[in-house]
Design a protein around this ligand. Structure first.
Ligand code: BGC
Length: 506
């Protein structure tokens, strides 16, 4: 365990006692090893290494496909759906490349039987979908829109008929515009209860068909980096620049509360036992060289990272990291003990959305690590932010065990992928295959070493509306011609089908 500064000792002892009591009462769930925030004990995997031949996955590993409501459904004004903040944002000139919006997108609302058949062709047994809040509760709360609900029932039935299990995300960034208009959405505490009520309603009405729930998708993206900002423009809906860092961190804190309350609502309302988690793109930090000193540096950097400290740690431990709080001083979020208990609801799994990561190395000077800037010619995929860091998926899994101490918490790779760069209409996406192969070797390494990674959902099942990039960036295994809605398998789809069939990286 790292040495604690003298001033923190008393606090540490008090917190240890509180944590022990919480663990004994089951409040933190059974998945967390006792590792007080700010003083992690490096933990090894809970399971011994598995004897898996190179590139081979366990037979019970779950292979899936993933997409999100606003990105694929279309039917924006049909059957009682009202606008979400993304409808408003994408229809605001200058916000999305080429003025694209998702009024039609992949027309999945009408074409879902074909899409489910294509999914079944891949051999996957799991599908991560998201529910459009404003399709089922058009004004955000109150009366349920039966036709909207019926769409998700029919979709789940179609999936069921092909032996595919649905995993539903409740919030993939599409807040009902009505709640934005009424109280400025995530800027107001009223959103916490509204989100929890929506979660409970979904569990009650869809819980016969869905038993795997993710509350929020990527708090880091929609609250901390893209939807809201401080000191720079916000590039995603609702596109709001906040007036202080403290207000911004408080907004992120509010999303954690909404998550916690939604976990409770899901469990209380589900007619069947259900699994509850969320999908987060927490920061992954890769030791530049795999030696004990650089690994220790990565461990520390992982816990003190702006987003891990402000999002992942409270979610998994019910506490903010002390060093993280101290560093942020008066711009830190304000909270009560009761709020932290709510935030740290036990999770059944953690969804890890992994695209990229950063390198760190040990340093003689405080804080004991340095981030390594990427050289200008460092490889990237076909979108500005996507540096190719395949080891980030391994370290993201390992550090949840080793730095946070959650050694038994099942991790599902809830997203991983890249846009291909073919512009000639061809479907041999060698770039995507290269990327997926490299990342999956690292997922396999984590599984082989005994870390609890249990499933993988490539992003995305098919080309779709890529937020502020519109249709200019294609993340799909399946190509969509948006003029004709024709779907065509890319080479990566055939590659993935082979992986799913053989459990071995082809
Ligand atoms: C999001 C997806 C998005 C993907 C690629 C993730 O941040 O959850 O909705 O399409 O990354 O940008």
């Amino acid at each position: 365990m790292d040495r604690l500064p003298e001033t923190s000792r008393r606090q540490f002892l008090q917190r240890s006692a509180a944590l022990t009591a919480a663990l004994a009462s089951g409040a933190l769930g059974s998945t967390l090893a006792a590792s007080p925030a700010g003083a992690p004990a490096p933990a090894s995997p809970a399971s011994p290494p598995r004897n898996l031949p190179f590139g081979t996955f366990p037979a019970d590993f779950r292979w899936g496909a993933a997409a999100a409501a606003y990105q694929i459904e279309g039917a924006a004004t049909e059957d009682g759906r009202l606008p979400s903040i993304w409808d408003s944002f994408s229809h605001t000139p200058g916000k999305v490349v080429n003025g694209d919006h998702a009024d039609v997108a992949c027309d999945h609302y009408h074409r879902f039987p074909e899409d489910v058949r294509l999914m079944a062709d891949l051999g996957v047994k799991h599908y991560r979908l998201s529910i459009s809040w404003s399709r089922v509760l058009p004004t955000g709360r109150g009366r349920v829109n039966d036709k909207g609900l019926d769409f998700y029932r029919r979709l789940c039935d179609e999936l069921g008929s092909r032996g595919i299990t649905p995993h539903a995300t409740l919030y993939h960034w599409d807040l009902p515009q009505a709640l934005q208009d009424e109280y400025r959405g995530w800027e107001d505490d009223r959103v916490i209860n509204d989100f929890a009520d929506y979660a409970g309603t979904m569990a009650r009405l869809l819980g016969d068909r869905v038993q795997s729930w993710m509350t929020l998708n990527e708090i880091q993206s929609f609250a901390a980096r893209a939807g809201y900002s401080y000191g720079r423009p916000a590039k995603h809906a609702p596109g709001i620049e906040l007036s202080s860092k403290q207000i911004h961190r408080q907004l992120v804190h509010r999303t954690l509360l909404a998550h916690g309350k939604a976990c409770q609502a899901l469990r209380a309302s589900s007619p069947k036992p259900c699994q509850v988690g969320l999908a987060e793109n927490y920061s992954s930090l890769v030791p530049l060289i795999e030696t004990p000193e650089h690994i220790a540096a990565a461990r520390k950097a992982f816990l003190e990272d702006e987003y891990n400290g402000g999002i992942l740690l409270p979610l998994l431990t019910g506490r903010y990291n002390e060093a993280w709080l101290a560093e942020r001083r008066e711009s830190a979020p304000r909270f009560t003990e009761a709020e932290m208990t709510l935030i740290g609801q036990p999770l059944d799994f953690l969804g890890f959305n992994c695209y990229s990561g950063g390198y760190v190395k040990a340093s003689e000077t405080a804080p004991g690590y340095e981030r390594v800037p990427l050289p200008s010619a460092y490889p990237k995929m076909n979108i500005s932010w996507l540096n190719v860091v395949p080891e980030s998926i391994y370290w993201g899994i390992r550090l949840v065990s080793e730095a946070v101490g959650a050694t038994r918490l099942p991790i599902i790779i809830s997203e991983n992928g890249c846009p291909d760069a073919r512009t000639d209409g061809g479907t041999d996406d060698a770039d995507r295959i290269m990327y997926l192969r490299a990342y999956l070797r690292n997922v396999q390494r984590a599984a082989a070493e005994g870390y609890p990674v249990v499933g993988y959902f490539p992003w995305s099942f098919m080309d779709n509306f890529e937020w502020a990039e519109g249709y200019a960036k294609r993340f799909g295994l399946i190509h969509v011609d948006f003029a004709t809605q024709k779907r065509t398998h890319k080479a990566s789809a055939a590659w993935y089908r082979e992986l799913v069939r053989t459990h071995r990286i082809p």
